[in-house]
Design a protein around this ligand. Structure first.
Ligand code: HGY
Ligand code: MN
Ligand code: MN
Length: 415
């Protein structure tokens, strides 16, 4: 099967009328991990999984020791696309397959990883598998996470869609020598700049909040407008305050993509709203400034509208610069294949944010048509998908030969 045929088959797992729905430890996501395992074995790779559900496929190298890793994630957002994550996993398999077929034994072992639960679609923490692997989240913390459907991570891991059968579970979470993630850009910059390859400079920091607005429910026909404590009207003020606070900062985005109204009935004044804020910037100081503004606005809204607002931080990840030597190796591989390749910051989060904490890490982007992602019509030109795989393969061989990370040094990000 070609790269494109494998991507097309993966896209059928969790396919809906709107896109792809493949949340962690659900039947279609397990099917995707099983298929990845079967393809890796067909390609002659050795497959293992770890206790967090990450799956590793390894091509042996001349030297013993930690591998140079690539990979991404197989889970998707709701109504997601066929390339976010899947491209980095299947593209990694393709890069290793081409290296194996070339007969060139890499200086170090190479490994493709399918990280568990990058999207945070089911459990309230993004990059879940890579965060546990990197030691940023303890296994016990992850195990206790509760999905919106009430199941814990630990239970789902042991359930019918959890760990794979017939795949050895490795001990612990041994760090790689280095890590390169191939991913679609998910934005409009490369297409606008005419670049087919992107050398990622840094990954934006992000903070996710859960906000609960408690007002007073009541009969919609009898409670006078004056004196209402309408939780949804208060939440509406807050949503617009979040938007305004982000607009006031450069290179900063904030989104309320998740909002639930209770009891959510036409003839009841909403008593409670639970919403989530997704806040990002390449500059952590701007994230902090928006958070300060939002908290102040929430306090003002609470007094003015007679509601109670609680803000809980669900996730906080600082911006992560890509490691200098790794970025230079990516740069060489990209410019050799696309003279218009550009340096680009990633607004999207990636598993590389976590792996960069324990090993030198870098990323390669290919363009997204129309800059669209996290939607069913997420697309990248087949020729660009191919070029990204070529750049990844060349980078992996260069990193393995360079000895970067061979001393097990941690991810020495830019000085
Ligand atoms: O949200 C993100 O940036 C990534 O797709 N998890
Ligand atoms: Mn995504
Ligand atoms: Mn992704």
């Amino acid at each position: 099967m070609t790269l494109h045929e494998r991507l097309a088959e993966l896209a059928t797992f969790g396919a809906t009328a709107e896109g792809i729905d493949r949340a962690l430890f659900t039947p279609p996501e397990r099917e995707a991990r099983e298929r990845f395992t079967a393809w890796a074995r067909e390609d002659g790779l050795h497959v293992e999984q770890d206790r967090a559900g990450n799956v590793f496929a390894r091509l042996g190298g001349r030297a013993a020791g930690a591998p140079v890793q690539c990979g991404s994630h197989l889970d998707t957002v709701r109504n997601g696309g066929a390339y976010d994550g899947a491209y980095g996993v299947v593209g990694g398999l393709e890069a290793l397959r081409r290296i194996a077929v070339s007969g060139e034994a890499p200086a170090r072992a190479l490994e493709v990883v399918a990280w568990a639960g990058e999207e945070g679609s089911r459990f309230p923490l993004g990059c879940l598998g890579s965060a546990v692997y990197a030691g940023l989240t303890s296994y016990d913390e992850a195990a206790a996470l509760v999905a919106d459907d009430g199941e814990t991570f630990a239970s789902a891991l042991r359930g019918p869609s959890g760990l794979l059968d017939g795949v050895p579970v490795r001990d612990g979470f041994p760090p790689p020598a280095a890590y390169v993630e191939l991913h679609i850009e998910q934005g409009p910059v490369m297409e606008r700049e005419g670049a087919r390859l992107g050398i990622v400079s840094a990954i934006a920091g992000q903070r996710r909040f859960r906000v609960r607005v408690d007002g007073v429910a009541g009969h919609s026909g009898t409670v006078p407008m004056n004196g209402r404590a309408d939780a949804l009207c208060a939440a509406a003020d807050l949503v617009l305050a979040v938007e305004a606070a982000a607009r006031a900062q450069e290179d900063t985005v904030a989104t309320v993509g998740h909002l639930n109204v209770e009891p959510n009935q036409t003839n009841i004044v909403p008593g409670r709203v639970v919403l989530r804020i997704d806040l990002r910037s390449i500059d952590d100081a701007r994230i902090a400034a928006v958070e300060r503004t939002v908290r102040a606005e929430a306090a003002e809204i609470a007094v003015r509208r007679g509601v109670h607002v609680t803000i809980e931080v669900l996730e906080a990840r600082a911006a992560v610069p890509m490691e200098t030597r790794m970025r230079l190796l990516v740069r060489a591989a990209c410019l050799e294949r696309d003279p218009n390749a550009i340096e680009i910051a990633s607004g999207a989060g990636h598993d590389a944010m976590c792996i960069a904490q324990i090993a030198p890490a870098a990323m390669i982007f290919v363009p997204s048509i129309g800059g669209r992602s996290h939607v069913g019509d997420e697309r990248t030109a087949p020729a660009d998908l191919e070029l990204g795989v070529e750049a990844l393969g060349a980078t992996l061989l260069a990193v393995a030969a360079s000895g970067v990370g061979s001393s097990g040094e941690a991810g020495a990000s830019n000085p």
